[in-house]
Design a protein around this ligand. Structure first.
Ligand code: UD1
Length: 418
């Protein structure tokens, strides 16, 4: 059985360089389906999810060349695009649904098997469908597939999202760029990955304003071109290494970051007594003086990211006193709690809140990575737990972290794959 093995490690010391953002690159890859001509993307992280997206693009009729050593990906739509994404691909990655907007815009048809992915709640796609319908797409659900058809061309529309869903914002944006007329998307998600996708689409020739705010205006254009783009750094990977540094009471310079994207994590670490120094494109995390408890509520960006909730929980488990973590984005995102309790954590779940009573230390144990960010939390816990921790189902971690064991070994961690 594949696993990560971690032994109690000294405080992390040194430098770690962050890779390109998973949640950005996957959507940018989907958007390449819209281009007439070749797209070149730099800083593409070598992750399982990226390889799944490559398979999807190839399945649909795009020629893809990925130079893993240099992190460069080239794509070109060579044939008439197919419109079906089969279950064996969407089951591997929920974000597959995000090709739907681009396919509808480019071919007028899209049939995508309903997605799998992280086990963190029901994760419906009603907001995506609401947006597509409003743009003139006829949407139906049958035999585990969602299918959309456009009679002639999609038309611009005024869409209000009940919740600022990241995926729905991206999908609607990619559909609307080639629609006739103007689309106004209100209560849109404001995550940095949305802004990155919009800046890629604008380079291609799209007319988009307001991305990164709650109202996005998209004026449809006739065609989009192949372009060059460099993906933003992964704020969740950066945040994960910031937490690993803090929890081990270490001192690490995290390189290749956009500090503005990390504001909520920086602010909470600062409140917890960790010293953070910001430079142009790096952050020094110094936790050698220790840390103390804080409370956390996850919120849509620019609030505290749900994707950092599990990792931050490890710090709270080891802080004196009682702290509260409230999860407002996903309804079932406490799968890591049971695993952390097996390592000695004292946590009570009360609906969408976790009440954490600090303990002096954790013990190594055999645990399971239930999803990507939960896996990252177990890695952090393993670094400080007494003895040996074995993390099973490591593929969840490989979905979202480039060479996590090598990056951590570089700052003194005792972690390896078996
Ligand atoms: C993206 C990120 C994920 C992150 C999440 C929230 C990618 C590949 N994944 O996921 O890492 O945790 O944003 O920041 O970018 N919802 C609905 N109906 C919909 C769509 C969503 O009810 O049509 C609900 C979801 O069930 C969830 C919440 O909205 O409870 C947030 O989902 P969403 O923002 O869409 O997240 P994803 O795009 O799936």
């Amino acid at each position: 059985m594949k696993k990560f093995v971690i032994e109690q490690s000294p405080p992390l010391l040194g430098e770690i360089t962050v890779s390109g953002a998973k949640n950005s690159v996957l959507k940018i890859m989907a958007a390449t389906l819209l281009a007439d001509g070749e797209c070149t993307i730099d800083d593409v992280p070598d992750l399982l999810d990226v390889h799944v997206m490559i398979e999807i693009l190839q399945e649909l009729g795009s020629e893809v060349h990925y130079d893993q050593a240099n992190g460069q990906l080239k794509t070109k739509v060579v044939d008439k695009l197919k419109h079906v994404v089969p279950y064996d691909l969407t089951a591997k990655m929920r974000a597959s649904i995000v090709v739907m907007g681009a396919l509808l815009a480019r071919t007028g048809r899209a049939k995508v098997a309903l997605p799998g992915g992280c086990a963190i709640g029901a994760r419906p796609i009603d907001l995506h469908i609401k947006g597509f319908s409003s743009l003139g797409v006829n949407v139906s659900m049958e035999h585990g597939f969602v299918e959309g058809r456009v009679k002639e061309r999609m038309h611009g529309s005024h869409i209000y999202l009940d919740f600022p869903s990241v995926g729905a914002t991206e999908n609607i944006m990619m559909a609307a760029v080639l629609a006739e007329g103007t689309t106004i998307l209100e209560n849109a998600a404001q995550e940095p990955e949305i802004t990155d996708l919009a800046s890629f689409l604008v380079k291609m020739g799209a007319n988009i304003s307001g991305a990164g705010t709650s109202t996005i205006r998209i004026k449809g254009v006739e065609k989009l071109n192949g372009v060059y783009h460099q993906v933003i750094p992964d704020r969740i990977e950066a945040g994960t290494y910031m937490l690993a540094t803090a929890v081990t009471k270490g001192k690490v310079l995290i390189k290749n970051v956009l500090t503005t994207h990390l504001r909520p994590v920086i602010s909470k670490l600062d409140e917890a007594g960790v010293t953070i120094t910001e430079y142009d494109d790096s952050i020094l995390v110094d936790a050698t003086k220790g840390f103390h408890k804080v409370d956390i509520t996850t919120l849509p960006y620019p609030g505290f990211p749900t994707d950092m909730q599990a990792q931050f929980m490890v710090l709270l488990i080891l802080s004196k006193g009682m702290s509260v973590v409230k999860e407002t984005i996903f309804e079932n995102r406490f799968m890591h709690v049971n695993e952390l309790m097996r390592m000695g954590a004292n946590i009570k779940l009360d609906g969408s809140s976790a009440l954490i009573q600090g303990v002096p230390g954790l013990e190594g144990a055999q645990v399971k990575a239930t999803d990507l960010r939960a896996g990252a939390a177990l890695v952090i816990a393993g670094l400080v737990a007494a003895g040996r921790t074995e993390i099973y189902e490591p593929d969840h971690i490989n979905r979202g972290f480039v060479s996590i064991e090598k990056k951590l070994q570089g700052v003194g961690a005792k972690i390896w794959r078996e």
